[in-house]
Design a protein around this ligand. Structure first.
Ligand SMILES: NC(=O)c1ccc[n+]([C@@H]2O[C@H](COP(=O)([O-])OP(=O)(O)OC[C@H]3O[C@@H](n4cnc5c(N)ncnc54)[C@H](OP(=O)(O)O)[C@@H]3O)[C@@H](O)[C@H]2O)c1
Length: 334
């Protein structure tokens, strides 16, 4: 019999997520039935989309269930198997519980080669966030040499890849991040031409006028709110706004108003397009091949924050919503 430790959704947040939204439980897993496996989690990914799933409202995925473990993209090792597709010792990536061990039917789990890349990369630069950046920036934003690209949350899991891909296309890339060290990293290591600290320089219109004097051709939008409004007002003719996320709005109790002067979209012939990366899984192979080679060749960098211990996952997630992570946030579970 396998013992598991799980993080349970104990309460739905009203406003900011607090530690009492989570509860840690230990229990014995039943033995796997025919077709089932037990996976031991090695790394678990913490991502902003989990915040909307903590409410009872259906966003684009169903809410997490109360009094059940939350789920997360994870890298895990198969430790018991009654499923012919998986052998003990296989390493897989897929959605598992916030838990040390998950009993699972194997659906949606993909085997990975331990030697192909460091295991955390499958949840970051070569996984869902990296693919989000690739699809959003290259297929939707389509930056061209000489154009000006803006990336909010510029050093985060998605932003760091989006910014570097735009640079590789020859664009001038400007970002914002939540502290000076992140901004220094963006310019010195990721190749951004400029980056401002959005917590210190809060007159976003003035700072964008200074850093993007001719306007913005491509906005890769991760944050929403006041930064998005300031960018929207500075888009150039035929600009593309890639609507990836709006993390500054995820803990709002009431909806915010959108930008005024919507006629701007017509005047500037803007394309404003949202996307959810899970709709584009069919195109992931091309991304893994391309970004995998860039990573091997040292043409693209990858920064992660790895927290040790499942019991620290709730605090780490609360920190992500305040900008405490630097790069892709992961939990090393075992
Ligand atoms: N559309 C899709 O399919 C898809 C897929 C993945 C992610 N996303 C979205 O992409 C965005 C980035 O996700 P990620 O995984 O790369 O996360 P991340 O950037 O690694 O972590 C979140 C970052 O957001 C910033 N942030 C948090 N609260 C903020 C606030 N109130 N105002 C401004 N910035 C704030 C912080 O960075 P700073 O310290 O720099 O402020 C924080 O580190 C999120 O909006 C997420 O929902 C969308």
């Amino acid at each position: 019999m396998t013992e598991t430790t799980q993080i349970i959704l104990a309460r739905r947040p009203q406003g900011d997520v607090t530690p009492d939204c989570f509860r840690l439980e230990r229990r014995a897993l039943p033995a796997p039935a025919e077709g089932q496996i037990v996976a031991r989690t090695l790394y678990l990914s913490l991502d902003p989309y989990m915040r909307p799933r903590m409410t009872e409202l259906h966003s684009y995925t169903p809410p997490f269930e109360l009094d059940r473990p939350l789920t997360a993209g994870s890298v895990a090792e198969i430790v018991e198997s009654r499923n012919p597709k998986f052998a003990i010792g296989d390493v897989v990536v897929g959605m598992l519980d916030w838990a040390t061990h998950t009993l699972h039917d194997g659906r949606g789990l993909r085997k990975i080669d331990r030697a192909a890349a460091p295991l955390p990369a499958h949840l970051g630069i070569l996984g869902m966030p990296g693919y989000t950046a690739y699809h959003g920036m290259l297929r939707m934003g389509q930056p061209k040499a000489g154009e000006t690209v803006f990336v909010s949350a510029a050093t985060g899991a998605v932003g760091q890849v989006a910014g570097q891909l735009a640079k590789l296309k020859g664009a001038r890339v400007v970002g914002c991040a939540g502290d000076d060290a992140k901004c220094a990293y963006a310019t010195a290591e990721l190749g951004y031409d400029a980056c401002f600290n959005h917590r210190r320089e809060t007159d976003y219109g003035a700072v964008l006028d200074r850093l993007c004097p001719g306007g913005i051709d491509v906005d890769f939008e991760n944050v929403g709110g006041a930064i998005f409004h300031a960018v929207f007002a500075r888009m150039k003719d035929f600009g593309r706004m890639v609507m990836c996320g709006a993390i500054s709005e995820y803990q709002d109790r009431t909806p915010r108003p959108g930008p005024d002067k919507m006629f701007t979209i017509v005047q500037r012939r803007l394309r404003i397009e949202g996307f959810i990366i899970s709709d584009h899984i069919a195109g992931m192979g091309e991304f893994v091949a391309e970004v995998g080679s860039l990573l091997k060749a040292g043409k693209i960098r990858n920064r992660e924050t790895i927290v040790d211990g499942l019991d620290r996952a709730p605090a780490a997630f609360i920190g992500l919503l305040k900008g405490e992570n630097f790069g892709k946030l992961l939990v090393r579970v075992s």
